[in-house]
Design a protein around this ligand. Structure first.
Ligand code: GLV
Ligand code: MN
Ligand code: MN
Length: 426
């Protein structure tokens, strides 16, 4: 797959780049990495990204939603917004690649950063091959892809495409009660101007996100790199169970209205409802009793449901059934429950023509669907979009056990460079 014969060994390579950030955002309590948008670790990664891009003579800008864009000037016009830029009439459209730098709590080293490091390594390969083009190339790092701080997954790409209302985004709160407006504003973003950016999108001819594979598809096929076909429809819902906060010692068992007992039953119900549907996945990975004291009966419990299915109607039915069961279970404990959707994206099938073109460039690469969410899934509604996956021998992700062998990381970067060279050749 190494196209013009330039392969790993050009520049630091993907493994060398990831080694530079291996100590950033390590989580001593959970294990792995916790890199939340605009926290110290994520800001350090942004600085690292900027420095790496500048080393490659790329021009870095932060867009109105806090995404970083590094533009490689291959003899073509500059970034969107400048005269003759992508998005202006007659200008060649840009090829964009990249991923995200933030992580889930206690995540692995590759989910997000692998795509960014592979993109930078691909730029090195294109430079080494002497690939120049009229079409501009950008490497992008989207903020808050995991939604780990403000709750809405792919917040940066959703803002860019207009899939989330800017007022709602400004008001999102983190676990400390700080709003997105406060936190992003403190990091230097002009939060009055976040929101859809149709001109930027109009300047993009293709977006290709490389990502660590988050299952066992490539392990089972014994291949290092795959082309993505689709992203499973998925969403997040918050259930708030309310009861009566009270004393753990003085409140008789018969007198309790304990929302944590109701929430525990809801967790079991989520699994039971999900098993009614082939191919459904439903998870409660986060549950927060308030106030959260050992000798305190909680007054409220917030729990978050993550539900996914290829058929959007099935996801809706599943969530409705969970809600109905939760109301019964809460009532049985003398509690109440409300359900609020925090984010949703239907199943996405990537652009068929772009996928087939990429298959032509990478003839040995299998085509795989993913059950994970990605900025590429959001961008796909606005620009021709594709994904590449790099093998993960553990098959595990959102965990410190996520892994990529160096040789596969380099194979992924070479595959990405081959794809970018082909797209830039238009
Ligand atoms: C992000 O990785 C998700 O699938 O939620
Ligand atoms: Mn992830
Ligand atoms: Mn990711």
């Amino acid at each position: 797959m190494s196209g013009a014969g330039v392969g790993p060994g050009v520049g630091p390579g993907v493994a060398g780049l990831l080694a530079e950030v291996a100590d950033v955002g390590r989580d001593a309590t959970r294990g792995g990495y916790s890199r939340f948008v605009y926290d110290d670790a994520e800001l350090t990664l942004r600085e690292w990204f900027t420095e790496q891009a500048e080393r490659r003579s790329m021009e870095v800008e932060t867009d109105r939603n806090g995404a970083l864009w590094a533009w490689r000037h291959g003899g073509g016009p500059g970034r969107p917004g400048s005269p003759g830029s992508p998005g202006s009439p007659g200008a060649p459209s840009a090829v964009v690649t990249g991923s995200h730098l933030d992580s889930v709590p206690g995540g692995g080293a590759y989910d997000g950063p692998l795509g960014v490091a592979s993109a930078l390594a691909a730029v090195d390969l294109l430079d080494a091959r002497g690939v120049r083009s009229e079409r501009p190339l950008a490497v992008v790092a989207f903020p808050e892809e995991e939604g780990a701080r403000f709750g809405v997954a792919c917040l940066g790409s959703r803002l860019l495409t207009g899939a989330v209302d800017p007022d709602r985004a400004r008001g999102l709160r983190d676990a400390d009660g700080r709003t997105f407006a406060e936190v992003a504003g403190a990091a230097g973003l002009d939060v009055a101007h976040i929101g859809a950016d149709p001109r930027r999108l109009a300047g993009i001819g293709a977006f290709v996100e490389l990502h660590v594979e988050q299952g066992r598809g490539l392990v089972d096929l014994d291949r290092p790199v795959a082309v993505g076909s689709s992203v499973l429809g998925h969403g997040r819902w918050r259930l708030v169970v309310e009861g009566e906060g009270n004393h753990a010692g003085t409140t008789l068992m018969a007198d309790r209205r304990d929302p944590l007992v109701a929430a525990a039953a809801v967790v079991l119900a989520v699994r039971e409802v999900a098993t009614r549907y082939d191919d459904a996945r439903a998870t409660v990975g986060r549950l927060q009793p308030v106030p959260g004291g050992t000798n305190v009966i909680a007054s409220r419990v917030d729990l978050w449901l993550d539900a996914r299915h290829p058929d959007d109607a099935v996801t809706a039915a599943l969530v409705e059934q969970v809600h109905a069961r939760a109301q019964e279970l809460a009532a049985a404990e003398g509690c109440t429950v409300t359900l609020v959707e925090e984010s949703y994206g239907g199943t996405v099938h990537f652009d068929g023509a772009l996928r087939d073109r990429i298959r032509g460039v990478l003839p040995g690469a299998p085509v795989l669907a993913t059950g994970a969410g990605h900025d590429a899934g959001v961008l796909a509604g606005a620009v021709p979009t594709a994904m590449l996956f790099t093998r993960n021998p553990s098959g595990v992700s959102h965990s410190p056990h996520e892994h990529v062998e160096d040789v596969d990381a380099e194979a992924g970067a070479v595959a990405l460079a081959d794809v970018l060279a082909d797209l830039l050749g238009d």
